[in-house]
Structures are given as C-alpha cells and as structure tokens.
Design a protein around this ligand. Structure first.
Ligand code: BG6
Length: 292
C-alpha cells in the first residue's frame, strides 16, 4: 500500500493518459495487450478490452457520473458493507467507497501490463477512519484487488467486486463452478437454497449469494466465449440480473439492457463479514481471462 501524500502528481507511463470521459476524470489505458478506462470516481473500471477481443465489461449508456453518483456497469467497488449491510439499515446501498473520487498513488507499465494503484482516505463518514486501496493489473488478463483497512475504530466490513460482465444474451448463459453450492436467495427474502448439480442458467430475476470462493466460468453461449473469474480472499460469489421487471424501475439502465450483462461478484458478505481491529485489513481480489 502506498502512502497518500500532499497530492504529489503520479507520473503516467506510456500507454496511460488522464482524460475526461463522460464528463469526469479517467485514466485511459491503451497498450498492445489491452484497452481500458478507469474512472477516478470510485476507482471504477468501466472498460477492459483485451487485444483481439470484444469488450468484457458492460456499461449502461444511461449511467450517471460525478457528484457521488454510482456508475452503472463496469466494476463498482463495494464496501465497507454489502447491499443494505448486515443490519439492513445502512443509509447508502453497497457502502460509500464507490461514491467518492479516489487518488492515483502508483502507475507503471512493464511492457506487458499496466499497474495502477489508487487510494481513498479521509472519506469515512462514520469518523472511524477506514481507508480503501485498490490495485489494477491491466493486460491480456485483468486483476483487481481491493483492500479495506480499519482506522482507529474496530469495524465490521463486507466487500465486493460488483463486476458487470458483457454477454450476448443473459438467457443463454451456463455458469459453471456453482454446482451443488448453498446460496441465499435475495429474491426470496434471503431464503436458504442449494444449486442443483448442474451449471446455473438464468431464467428470471436472479439475486443469489453463493457460498463459493473458487473459480467460476461464465459460458456465454450466444457470444461464443467464456469469461473466467478467479477470486482470492473471498467467501461468496453473488450472481445478479434484474430481468425486465426490476430493470424497468432503474432510471440509469435502458429497459432492454438487462439481456446484455450478468453480475458475478466475488465478495465477503453476510455471515462471512470480518471484524477488523484498528489497523487490520481485508483484501479481496479477482483475475479475469477470456477463453474462446
Ligand atoms: C447486487 C445485489 O449485488 O447489486 C442486488 O445483490 C442489487 O440486490 C444489485 O440490486 C445492484 O445494486 P445497486 O445498488 O448497484 O443498484
């Protein structure tokens, strides 16, 4: 983790530029291995296209930007709580770290991958001093790591990498790696259920918190490719798609856009939440690759 000092400008290596994208500051990555866009607001990656591939991350064309808005799509960083929090009464859904501008602390390019590190300090509305750090390794594969570090106060934390994966048709997916796993069904008041011993195929509004911390392969049958999600430091895998009935109520998503993405989210949430003592940290991460 790099210290955040008095706004020392970080040198941007070749292949990385700071630009205005959708009206807000973003790091634009363009290397032989990949193109990507990383907004400073929320340390939010909204695009990753490995060379020779199609876009891997879905982004809503109606997303809001700036002024604390949560970008709809890409990889929202979620924490220090998930959803409404374990108590169910948190004022902001999915925590506050996605609603603040982060600061770039490190940037490098080794000829293959771009590595970008960002930090969010002095933003904890509770006064507890929780800090967040994120690290992105962007190339033919994509790695994202999120660290939450407790300040002076002990704190219980949840965290998630709320990735919106671009797919040709969410109704034609086979999601492998969840077979036989227990899950909480958030469309049924968090009822306990168990996945059959088959790949998951989505057939309606889906909001499930699986007790799975290992590799998941999203087979995009109509798109002719698979996206592989390899998490680390997690306990859960959340699978979410609103289907038309819920999508219609979301102002920042076109009514028909729900077919084009699935969220598969490596997470520490619900009963796997961790209590961090002062200075203690939780790191979760994921690496993505595309297979044809
Ligand atoms: C998922 C949750 O992770 O995110 C869903 O499981 C939620 O319950 C979805 O609706 C989207 O959340 P938001 O706050 O980005 O609209």
């Amino acid at each position: 983790m790099s210290p955040v000092t008095e706004r020392t400008p970080v040198h941007l290596p070749s292949g990385v530029s700071l630009e205005q994208v959708n009206g807000t500051e973003a790091l634009v990555i363009d290397t032989p291995a990949a193109r990507a866009v990383l907004h400073l607001d929320g340390a939010h990656l909204t695009s990753w296209t490995p060379a020779g591939e199609q876009e891997v991350l879905w982004l809503s064309e109606l997303s809001e930007y700036g002024d604390g808005a949560a970008i709809r799509g890409g990889i929202p960083l979620v924490g220090p709580w998930f959803g409404p929090g374990r108590s169910g009464d948190k004022p902001v859904k999915h925590g506050w770290i996605r609603n603040h501008p982060w600061e770039l602390t490190e940037a490098s390019f080794d000829g293959k991958d771009v590595v970008l590190e960002l930090a969010l300090v002095d933003a904890d509305p509770s006064g507890g001093g929780l800090r967040a750090d994120a690290r992105f390794r962007i190339g033919a594969e994509l790695s994202v790591d999120l660290t939450l570090t407790a300040g002076a106060q002990e704190v219980e934390v949840e965290a998630a990498l709320h990735t919106y994966l671009a797919v040709a048709d969410v109704r034609e997916l086979r999601i492998h790696g969840l077979q036989g796993a227990d899950y909480l069904d958030n469309t049924q008041g968090l009822a306990e259920d168990r996945q059959e011993d088959t790949a998951l195929e989505l057939t309606g509004p889906t909001d499930r918190i699986y007790s799975v911390n290992s590799e998941v392969r999203i087979e995009d049958v109509a798109g002719g490719r698979s996206i592989v999600s390899c998490p680390r430091g997690t306990a859960k895998t959340v699978v979410w798609n609103p289907w038309p009935e819920l999508a219609a109520g979301m102002a920042d998503m076109p009514d028909d856009a729900w077919t084009s993405f699935v969220c598969v989210e490596p997470a520490v949430a619900k009963e796997s939440a961790q209590v961090l003592r002062s200075g203690g940290a939780l790191t979760i991460g994921v690496t993505y690759r595309v297979e044809r």
